[in-house]
Structure formats: C-alpha cells, structure tokens
Design a binder for this molecule. Structure first.
Ligand code: NAD
Ligand code: MG
Length: 386
C-alpha cells in the first residue's frame, strides 16, 4: 500500500472546505490530515478535526480557542487560536494545502504554505489578486506548485496541458452572470442580500455569491488568470454562459478551441487538483447534455455590471492597485450584506476608493498587507462620510 499523502485545509468549515473533505472522506487511507482551520465555528471545526484525526485545529478568532480546546479534549488533536497560530499551522507544510479561506485573510497562511514548497490547491482568489507577483515569485522561489481550484482556472489549466502556451490566441473565462444577469438598473438598485446570495447554479459562501451577482467575482478571476496564465491581459476575455457547464476555454492560433465541461459542482475542480497529475473518482452527477439541451453564450454588460471594467483597469495598472480593488470590494460586500449600502453602491464605492488611493507597488507580503489595510480604512471612511 502507498503511503498516505499529507493534506491541510485552510478554511475547512466553508463551502470549498466541505467539498474537499467530502472527497477525502471517500478516499480513506489516501490522506493524512495535518491542519484544519476555521474562522470562528469552533464546534464544527472540532468535529471535523476529530473525524479526520487532524494533527492540529486552528480557529482564527482567538476568543473561540477555549471552546475549541474543550471540544477537542482527549481526542489527541492539538488546538490553537489566532492569526499567528493559523500561519504556523500552514507552515507545518503538507504535500497538498487547500487554500479555501475567503478574502485577503487567507493571504498570510497561504504564503506560509507556499514557503514549504508543496502543492497549493488555490481557491482563495482574493489572496492571489492582492499579492500578485509577490505570490507568484514566492511560488517560483520555493519550488511550490500552484494548482487552481477556481472552476474557470482549473478548466483553463486542464485545456493548457500538453499544449504550447505560445500559440494561445484567447483564454475565455465563462461567467454565469449571477442571479441578476437579466435585471434592469432600477431593479439592481433595490436588490437585497437574500436575493444576491441565491445563486442560480452554484452553492457557495455568501461573499463569493455577492461577487458573482456584481460580477466582481469575474473581475477578480480575470486578475487571477492574468497571474496564473501569463499570456497577456489582451488575450483574456469574458463571456456570459448562463448554464455554467462550459467552465472556460482556450483558443489556439490554429483555430482549435479546447473547453472543459462539467457539472456545477466544485468537487470536480477540487478532485482535479487533489489528484493531479493523475485523476480520481468523484460522486458528481455525470453531465447529461441531452437533458441540459442548450448551451448559450452572450457578451457581458459593463454598464450594469462595471466590476469587470474596474478589474481589467486594475490589472493593467498592476502593482498595489488590484489589492486596493479587492480590499474595497471586501468592505463593500460586508456592508451590503449588513444592510448598510445598496447593491449598486458596491461597485461605485470600489471605484471611488481606487480613484482616491494609489499605493506604491508592494515588494513583499507585509507591503501587500499594508496596502490591504489602508484600502480597507479608506473604504470604511468613505462609508462614514457618504
Ligand atoms: P465560505 O464563506 O463558505 O468559507 C470560508 C472559510 O474561510 C470558512 O472556513 C471560514 O471559517 C474561513 N474564514 C473566513 N474568514 C476568515 C478569517 N478572517 N480568518 C481565517 N479564516 C476565515 O467561502 P467559500 O465559498 O468556501 O469560498 C472560499 C474561497 O474559495 C473564496 O476565496 C472563494 O472566492 C473561493 N471559491 C469558492 C467557490 C465556491 O463554490 N464556494 C468557487 C470558487 C472559488
Ligand atoms: Mg470561479
């Protein structure tokens, strides 16, 4: 029997974390769990850490550590709390680290895992968007392997295998268009958090669901693709594909377009990253194209959904600008979910912060974190004065 591979899941209690652990549960004996982490749900984290016999469980919110300790007493699983403990746990290294924390909060632990040189299965797009070259340079320096879990990027990664990247003509990211793709501007101004988090095709965490509704998700993904597949920004484009079956496409200069298709189930791209360069079985519903009937495509509307324009401009400017875009968006999404601002204010507020704050290009992790924190402060200040 082959030795189990070691695995850490950063953000184990979330949607991507749950899908990852569902696959691991079905491959008993194939994995040994090093670290599982969560923000504040100590009880759920303890349950998972016990079930998977993790070496260590970390709750980022230190106030929940006593609860975690109590829940794990006598199980043999170490308990730790706070942001520094999160980074230390990630730095224990594992053959594969699934980076599934939401937001820039996942950046420092993801960088700590990268420094150990293993495979990083990256779902946490905000970390790559914010850190950009700081992250890709660390990956190269430490001999780590960055495998995209985001379904579009995983699709592109698969379509590039065995092909000559020099011959790429276009990389086309597909977008479902979110729950509001057919809404008028007037309707958008009145959209509620409950409506925004109800995605038509995917079952995801609240933040990415709102991003999907504003199209900031696709904007962040454009920047993510720019770092993962350096073919040039002008070769990256976005197309709306409401069925979310074609997860993205690569068109070569000889006229061949390769696409990856699959059900709207994150276990497909997660399995691809976990098993890479091999394949593994998943319990996902097979694709029934005859039942789906039609795959349709249309262009994006940047009048109603300015997020992709803002993201493209931020990627063009580079340096610390994408980190500002990301931070301003995180603050705006939280404010929208909290009922403080309207849906259409999200993009307006991000644009405002981008116009007001042009940081110097970050050269290291602490520079990125400083830009992130300054952009957040400015975004919050803007809301207070608006
Ligand atoms: P989620 O909200 O369901 O889960 C987020 C996880 O991160 C939880 O375990 C939570 O405890 C943890 N977390 C949250 N804030 C934290 C903090 N401040 N410090 C430490 N941990 C914290 O989110 P999700 O939908 O699983 O998304 C996770 C990441 O994957 C996001 O970056 C998202 O964009 C990306 N992603 C998700 C999907 C999806 O289908 N859900 C698809 C593609 C990409
Ligand atoms: Mg995606």
């Amino acid at each position: 029997m082959t030795e189990p591979r070691t695995l850490s899941v950063l953000g184990a209690t979330g949607s991507v974390g749950a899908s990852t652990l569902d696959l691991v549960r079905r491959q008993s004996g194939a994995w040994r769990i090093v670290a599982l982490t969560a923000h504040s749900n100590a009880i759920e984290l303890a349950r998972l850490a016990h079930e998977f016999s993790a070496e260590i469980a970390v709750v980022a919110d230190e106030a929940r550590l006593p609860e975690l300790r109590e829940a794990l007493a006598g199980t043999g699983v170490e308990a730790a709390g706070g942001p520094a403990a999160l980074v230390e746990a990630a730095a224990r290294g594992a053959d594969v680290t699934v980076a599934a924390i939401v937001g820039c909060a996942g950046l420092a632990p993801t960088m700590a895992a990268i420094e150990q040189g293993g495979v990083i299965a990256l779902a946490n797009k905000e970390a790559l968007v914010s850190a950009g070259e700081v992250m890709t340079a660390a990956v190269a320096r430490h001999g780590a392997t960055l495998l995209p879990v985001d379904s579009e990027h995983n699709a592109i990664f698969q379509c590039l295998q065995g092909n000559d990247a020099q011959h790429v003509h276009w990389i086309t990211l597909t977008a479902s268009g979110g729950p509001f793709r057919d809404w008028s501007w007037e309707q958008l101004t009145a959209a509620t958090p409950a409506q925004a988090i109800k995605h038509p095709n995917w079952d995801m965490g609240a933040k990415i669901s709102v991003d999907s509704a504003t199209m900031f998700n696709k904007g962040l993904e454009l920047i993510e693709a720019h770092h993962l597949f350096p073919v040039g920004l002008d070769r990256l484009r976005i197309i709306v594909h409401p069925q979310s079956i074609v997860h993205s496409m690569v068109e070569y200069r000889d006229g061949s377009t390769l696409a990856q298709l699959g059900p709207s189930d994150m276990r497909v791209p997660i399995a691809s990253a976990l098993a890479w360069p091999q394949r593994m079985d998943t319990p996902c519903e097979p694709l029934d194209l005859a039942a789906i009937g039609e795959l349709t495509f249309r262009s994006t509307d940047e009048e109603r959904f300015p997020a992709t324009r803002l993201a493209r401009e931020a990627a063009q400017e580079g340096g610390g600008i994408p980190a500002v875009l990301n931070a301003a968006n995180e603050v705006a999404v939280a404010a929208f979910l909290d009922g403080q601002i309207s849906f259409t204010r999200i993009a307006a507020q991000v644009e405002h912060v981008l116009n007001a704050y042009v940081p110097p290009p970050p050269g290291c992790l602490s520079d990125v974190l400083a830009v992130d924190s300054e952009a957040r402060a400015r975004a919050r200040q803007l809301m207070e004065t608006a």
